[in-house]
Design a protein around this ligand. Sequence first.
Ligand code: SF4
Length: 263
Amino acid sequence: MGKPSLSPSKISTYLACPVRYRWTYADPRGRPYLRAKGMYSFGTTLHRVLEKFHGGGETGVATIGQVAAAYDESWIDAGFSDAAEMAEAYGEGLQILERYVEEQAREPATSQTLFVERVLKGEYEHFRLIGRLDRVDERADGVLEIVDYKSGRTEVSSDDVVADLAMGCYQLLLSKLHPGRPMVATIVALRSGARASCGFSPEELAEFERDLVKLGDQIVTDEIFDRLPSWKPLCAQCDFLTLCRRHPDFDEPPSEVARGENW
Ligand code: SF4
């Protein structure tokens, strides 16, 4: 059996709740409880369209009309509570994309896109780190810019970029592909067009990598099936609440729905 793989979303899931990690990635009994979510469908659709928009001339998606057509083709309708909610999201998405294309047309081109939606991997002793980068540009000054789209956000700051686990992982993975190249990570808040950038120094990146390896080793050696669910605010909106309620020691507050049957 190969080494286990860890992605930023797997690591974030573990940090939020190791039991949720178990149900999502390790125990097939969790799978039937995973629900499609409209916000994820919305985000995936926007990413697909932007992949085509930045993917080079051969995609044929450059003008507002072509972007609108690609949006319609790419639309994912899973997870919306009803037709009205979906129609509202569809309209919002179209507005976001139209504004994005207009902004791109106004901005002078000072960088070149190197790739879009590419999976990069980094090998460590006990695990493989995997990250899917939305886009990487090469600026005129030689700096590599990792661009990450956030479809649910209207605001973003450079502190958000520094604190974002995925952005750290992406810088680490890109540094393996382009050792020694200066780089910066940028988050684009698609709902407003706001963007913020920040980059690790080589020393900061080395420290991030040391911490990540420790955390990754902890995750892959954790006796995840022995972890017991414990109540936290996150539980109220968790797909796996029904499963966790079956554990006799699940400490759900009395105000919450009554506990189910045995684990
Ligand atoms: S319900 Fe709570 S304890 Fe159970 S997986 Fe979800 S977040 Fe974790």
